[in-house]
Design a protein around this ligand. Sequence first.
Ligand code: SF4
Ligand code: SF4
Ligand code: SF4
Length: 375
Amino acid sequence: MAKVFNWQLNREMDYLYEGARPQKQFSAVFDINKCIACQTCTIACKNAWTSGRGQEYVFFNNVESKPYGFYPLGWDVRLLDALGAQTWEGNRYTGKTIFEAAPTGSAALGFLPEDEDWAHPNLGEDEIFGKVDAGTHLALTHIAWTFYLQRICNHCTYPGCLASCPRKSVYKRAEDGVVLVDQTRCRGYRECVKGCPYKKILYNVATRISEKCLACYPLIEQGRQTYCMLTCIGRIRLAGWIHPPDKVEPDNPVDFLVHVKKVALPLYPQFGTEPNIYYIPPKHVPNAFLKQMFGPGVDQAIATYNKAADDPELLGVLLLMGSTDRWIDRFRVRDGVAYGYDAKGAEIARVPLKEPIFIRPYYDAALKTYRHNVT
Ligand code: SF4
Ligand code: SF4
Ligand code: SF4
C-alpha cells in the first residue's frame, strides 16, 4: 500500500496505488434542501445510457429517501456497521478508512449485494423517521423527518472500484478525473462492485461486465452540463471543476461552495475515497445523523447556508445552479446580479439576486379588459 493525502480526512492514508491527481477533476454540488424527488434526473440518465438489455435494474443516478431508502438494499448501513467506530478529532479523521480496514488479500473493505438487493430502487420512498400519533400532524414541526439523497458515481480521487479490480479494467482519466470501465478488459468478477463503498458501479446481467456513470463525458468535453444536471427540475445541481485546498480558485463556483464557504460536504468522507460529489446538507435533520453522513463540517455548513440571503456572493452561486446547460467556469456577483462565464470568459448565465415583480393594472386599457387575479 502507498501513502496518499486525503484532504477530506486531513491526513495521509493507505491506498493501493501512488496518488496522482488529474489535471482537472469532475465534480458537482447538490443542494439537498431543494430536491423534490421528481426523479427526472434518474429517468434522463436512464434514457441516455441504460435502456438496453441487462440494464433493467441499472440506475447510474438514483434519488433515495433517507433514512429508509437504499439502492441497493442497505448499501451504506451495512458498510458503516462493518467499518466499526468512525471517530474524528476536530476535522481530522482518526478512524479507519475502507482501505485501512481491508481484510488480508483485498484492497478495500466491502461486500457484494445479492441480485434482489437492486430490485427496488424506490424502497422506503417518502417514509419518515419518527412516530406520528393520530392528530399530531397538525402540530408537527420536524419531529419526524425524511430527506432525498441524490446519488451518482463520485468519480473519487481514490476510487474503491479501481483499487479492487484485479484486471485493471477501471481507470481514471488524467484530463478530467472521470472514472470509467474498459469494457474490453472487464471479465465480470464484480470485485469493483464489492469495493465501491457507494455501490455506484453496477453489473450488467446480460453482457456480464461492469458499467457505471460516465459523467456524461461526451457532454462535458463540449463544455456542457451532464444530463442529470441539466434536466433537474429543482435546479439543485451544478457540475464543475474542483481543486484541492492548496489550489482553490475562489471565483470557480464549486471551489467557492466547497472550499471558501464550506457549505457543501462530501458523502461519507470516512470511507476514504475522497468523493467528488458534494452536498449541501438538509437543514431539518438531526445533527448526529448528518454528522455521520457528511462529517464534522455539518453545523458550520448549515449556519452559513441559513444566512445566504445576507451574503450576495453565496446567494448568487446558489441561484446560478441550474441556470444554464453550459459548464460554468467562473462567476461574479455585481449590482444585484450573478453572472456565469465559460472557460473562454464568455457570459453564459445571468440571474438577478431578487426576482423582479411586475404588478399588472386591474384594467388593461390596450386590451380593454379587466384582470381579476391581481391585488
Ligand atoms: Fe431532485 Fe432534481 Fe433529481 Fe428532481 S431532477 S429528483 S429535483 S435532483
Ligand atoms: Fe468508483 Fe464507487 Fe468512487 Fe464511483 S463512487 S469512482 S464507482 S468507488
Ligand atoms: Fe447518468 Fe451522466 Fe448523471 Fe452520470 S453524469 S448519473 S451518466 S446523467
